[in-house]
Ligand binder design. Structure first.
Ligand SMILES: Nc1ncnc2c1ncn2[C@@H]1O[C@H](COP(=O)(O)OP(=O)(O)OP(=O)(O)O)[C@@H](O)[C@H]1O
Ligand SMILES: Cc1ncc(COP(=O)(O)O)c(N)n1
Length: 274
């Protein structure tokens, strides 16, 4: 059996719901071997971010180097990158190792509003990282910052997706969690030619901490296994939906999602149809 590997380059969430913890749990659940390069440690729980302690760019490079020189990876994702300097280091290493299955989750702010990316880093992200992306997965506010646009309608989102594509990203997913529709939400995928709409029912819950990280990690795991982008995004939509639906009720604030849920749902469906 060939074991597929996936790398996350992201921040640590001490609360375990977002960041590298969410990514590694998702990789594991989807059957790929997870590896990580830490960009920052956050002191965080379901109530918010209480401290951010970035790594040096050299430390980030050394971690990626260690993985690249020995184990390699089938796909990778980036999450919280914090500074322009770290972004440049990450871009340099991705190019050096020639990694192509690159998923960029342009994490900017945590749920409670704490900044996870410095203002100056946005230019570096557009200049150095986006041209290397096979997939980018912004939420609506992140897509607004990256395109300097106000996004209110689906047509606005389509225009923003085209703008991001023009920056060199091969596939753009603009997620719909932040839209104002209370019944359904749409995650939009643009591959430079067609628009695909993934529609799901909005689940009324405050426990959505880490949904963005989990979504991008699921896309990455599926790409690592050799799936196409469309299939990977479709699975990620379903994986996150199950994780939100069977929430865990942990913590007093915005709780984490349930990374076990997707496999449990699959196992239950298998048992019924056996
Ligand atoms: N209440 C919800 N019910 C069902 N699906 C949801 C809900 N909220 C978010 N999602 C799904 O979760 C995924 C992440 O979407 P979202 O736009 O919230 O990303 P994000 O803002 O990066 O995440 P976060 O809010 O954790 O930072 C998408 O697939 C979206 O459709
Ligand atoms: C270390 C870290 N990385 C990312 C996020 C954003 O999480 P999400 O957008 O998935 O809720 C977070 N809160 N903490």
């Amino acid at each position: 059996m060939k074991v597929r590997k996936a790398l996350t380059i992201a921040g640590s969430d001490s609360g375990g719901g977002a960041g590298i913890q969410a990514d590694l749990k998702t990789f594991q659940e989807l059957g790929v071997f997870g590896m990580s390069a830490l960009t920052a440690v956050t002191a965080q729980n379901t109530l918010g971010v209480h401290g951010v302690y970035p790594m040096t760019a050299a430390a980030v490079e050394a971690q990626i180097e260690a993985i690249g020189q020995d184990m390699g990876t089938d796909a990778l994702k980036t999450g919280m990158l914090f500074s322009g300097e770290i972004i440049q280091s990450v871009a340099k290493k991705i190019e050096e190792f020639g990694w192509k299955k690159v998923v960029i989750d342009p994490v900017m702010v945590a749920k409670g509003g704490a900044s996870l990316l410095r203002e100056e880093a946005i230019r570096a992200m557009k200049e150095f990282l986006l041209p290397l992306a096979m997939v980018i997965t912004p939420n609506i506010p992140e897509a607004e910052v990256l395109t300097n646009m106000l996004i209110q309608s689906i047509d606005d989102r389509k225009r923003a997706a085209k703008k991001l594509y023009e920056l060199g990203v091969k596939n753009v997913v603009i997620k719909g969690g932040h839209s104002d529709n209370e019944e359904t939400l749409i995650d939009l995928l643009y591959d430079g030619r067609d628009f695909l709409y993934f529609t799901s029912r909005r689940i009324p819950t405050k426990n959505t901490h880490g949904t963005g990280c989990t979504f991008a990690a699921a896309v990455t795991a599926e790409l690592a296994k050799g799936q196409g982008v469309k299939e990977a995004v479709e699975l990620a939509v379903n994986y996150v939906h199950a994780a939100i639906e069977m929430d865990l009720q942990i913590g007093k604030g915005h709780g984490p999602t349930n990374h076990w849920a997707f496999k449990r749902k699959e196992a239950a469906a298998d048992a019924i149809y056996k």
